[in-house]
Design a binder for this molecule. Sequence first.
Ligand code: ADP
Ligand code: MG
Length: 248
Amino acid sequence: MLRTTALSHTFGGHKRPVRALDGVCLTLAPGEVRCVAGSSGSGKSTLLRCLLGLLQPDEGEVLWRDVPLHTMNRGQRLAFRQAVQPVMQDPASSLAPRMRVRTQLREPLRIQRSCSRDQEDKRVDEALEQVGLERALGRRFPHQLSGGQQQRVAIARALIVQPTVLLVDEPTSALDAVVAMQIALLLRDLVERLGLTLLAVTHDPTLPHHLGATVDQMAAGRLVGQVSAAQWLAQARAAWQGLRAIPE
Ligand code: ADP
Ligand code: MG
């Protein structure tokens, strides 16, 4: 459905170039739930931005239903933008601070001009319900919400245009452990209920486990192998115990 041929991307000029992506081949099949997991700076966000067409790779291409993103015509591009929705890292900064929740949920529908005001309201109510938020919360501004509620709004905003694929950047990194688990389980539930395809990039040891996802490990811009969610968790535990073993 969504795939890449050896993607590479380098930031910076000639002086200190950073090869953020280095030959990344990834295939996302319909209905698949996948995590790309790696430490901070390994290139996860850069990969997502390339997959969304927000950043041009230096080498390789991203294909949506076998059409390279950079060759798409206007109609194909609009269809791609509707079908593949991002949930960006850090909901607090990805939501518009001065817009009430309802208004920012309605915004993508306004732009599409695909439905009437009544239909827009219905879609907004539906999206709020899908992410487990009460309608009354729609009247609030983002700063009047908890971190978990903000993340739910960010997910609702992605769902509002009825996508088939969600690309999610570190959905749990700004949240405490319990709320992080609730968000992970919400994503899993949405995948099942709506038949979505999901790719989440993360450094959270538990997210792949809660999502029931396989894990592609990423390091220094490369995919370095696949492990199960259980193996990924065990590796993180071992690393943590190694740290704790250091005497004070
Ligand atoms: P991750 O999301 O895994 O933490 P990123 O994809 O954000 O990693 O970054 C990968 C590498 O690319 C890092 O070394 C980062 O410093 C660098 N990088 C990311 N964005 C930019 C940018 N806009 N300009 C220069 N370097 C960048
Ligand atoms: Mg990142």
